[in-house]
Design a binder for this molecule. Structure first.
Ligand SMILES: O=C(O)[C@@H](O)[C@@H](O)[C@H](O)C(=O)CO
Length: 417
């Protein structure tokens, strides 16, 4: 097992050209004394939509690391993979996000249920967890309910972990278990049971991505009750510590926030709690970098702006197809999407104002931003026309990518922890 550092930051890059600009953001953090390590994540979903192969992410990361002379650890995350999709990721990845959310609710095998119940039985009753005001009330009944919900998912994660471990016998890697892309948030007892199931399956998880309360829509801010999120996040940190001390999970196990990018209102809460708990943290971003590409193109004007407008118009025309893979993590009010004909008349400033995540700007449109966030297939279809435009406007785009990650994400989350 490769032991992960306390603070890691996940960066997604749909088109594979921003690796250096992203790493520069992490270097800027180091210059400020923030001991942060880069993780490049790209999901099977993204590879399929863009038409790239997993090895391309390894090449991008290696290239950025050598160009910028980064000499710390770095990770290439096979993000949201399943047994059916993992093989192409084996060679290039040293971080695997086992996504078992789709199995939540599948009936578990009876022998698995009785086997797991034996391991969790000693905790039934009032379980006092350090840091929690109230004890967790655990029982055979509640454990059976949790088993009906999660045991198949975690058994699948175990199967997937063992497959990766066998295939990567010669190299070590980090394992994450993600159950975030589901509808129902996981409360403290759920997290307790989930972690005990991971231990039962002997998955040496070092990061775990639960589904928190509230909406984590792609590319836009958190929608939900901040106080409740805070309570939940605090409880999760306490339970993770308990699980490390009692279930034999790795000491490096930490929480992973699949932010969906840009959860600005949560960042101060997360930062404070991580500091108070002395805990570790992994935060994943992804599409925020691609949005910086579109913003940079729009800002450049001319053909860049024309491409940005075309991406919007085509995204609108292919709305159902583009939003389907992200249905649990977007909330777009189609009545708030401007007509393509109106957008076609916009200046650079108008387009940037609508797309850039600046809530103080009354022209900012979170519905348009979410649609473009999931609309990268349109740019992929443009092929060289899109890639050449990125190349032509690299200076302005790279600056935006670095600045966005460093100033809007890294500093508010990891600054002065
Ligand atoms: O778009 C994708 O498929 C991924 O990049 C994201 O879902 C990513 O895993 C994520 O959750 C970033 O917060």
């Amino acid at each position: 097992m490769q032991t992960i550092e306390r603070f890691t930051f996940g960066m997604g890059d749909r088109f594979g050209l921003q690796g250096k600009a992203q790493l520069q953001a992490v270097l800027n953090a180091h210059a400020k004394g923030i001991d942060l390590y880069p993780v490049w994540n790209k999901s099977h979903r993204e590879h399929t939509i863009v038409g790239t192969r997993p090895d391309s992410l390894r090449a991008e990361a290696d290239d950025a690391v050598s160009a910028l002379k980064w000499n710390g650890s770095y990770y290439v995350d096979a993000d949201h993979i399943r047994l059916e999709t993992v093989d192409a990721f084996l060679a290039g990845s040293n971080f695997f996000t086992l996504d078992v959310a789709d199995y939540v609710g599948e009936t578990p095998a009876t022998e698995d249920v009785s086997d797991w119940l034996k391991s969790v039985e000693p905790y039934f009753g009032q379980q006092q967890i350090e840091g929690l005001a109230q004890p967790l009330v655990l029982s055979r009944e509640s454990a059976e309910v949790a088993a009906a919900k999660y045991l198949t998912a975690i058994a699948k994660a175990g199967e997937l972990y063992r497959h990766i471990d066998t295939q990567k016998a010669d190299s070590s890697f980090v394992t994450e278990v993600s159950i975030d892309e589901t509808d129902q948030p996981q409360g403290p007892a759920d997290i307790f049971y989930l972690l005990s199931m991971m231990a039962w399956q002997k998955i040496p998880a070092q990061t775990v991505a639960p589904k928190f309360t509230g909406r984590f829509n792609k590319g836009v801010d958190y929608v939900g009750n901040l106080a409740r999120f805070e309570e939940e996040f605090h409880a999760d940190l306490c339970i993770i510590r308990f699980a490390v001390n009692n279930f034999g999970l790795p000491a490096s196990l930490k929480i992973s926030v699949h932010s969906g990018s840009d959860k600005f209102s949560l960042y101060p809460v997360i930062r404070r709690l991580i500091r108070e708990h002395g805990a570790g943290l992994h935060v994943k971003t992804a599409g925020t970098t691609w949005l910086e590409e579109v913003i940079g193109l729009a800002r450049a004007g001319g053909e860049g702006l024309a491409i940005a407008k075309e991406i919007y118009a085509e995204s609108l025309a292919h709305y159902a197809e583009l939003t389907a893979p992200y249905s649990t993590v977007i909330d777009i009010d189609t009545d708030r999407l401007p007509a393509a004909e109106s957008v076609a008349q916009w200046s650079s400033e108008q387009f940037v104002a609508a797309l850039e995540h600046d809530v103080s700007n009354s022209e900012y449109n979170q519905h348009l931003r979410q649609l473009i966030h999931v609309g990268f297939k349109i740019a992929a279809k443009m092929g060289d026309r899109y890639l050449n435009a990125l190349d032509e406007h690299a200076a302005i785009i790279n600056q935006g990518v670095t600045d966005n990650l460093y100033r809007r994400h890294i500093l508010p989350i990891f600054g002065q922890i």
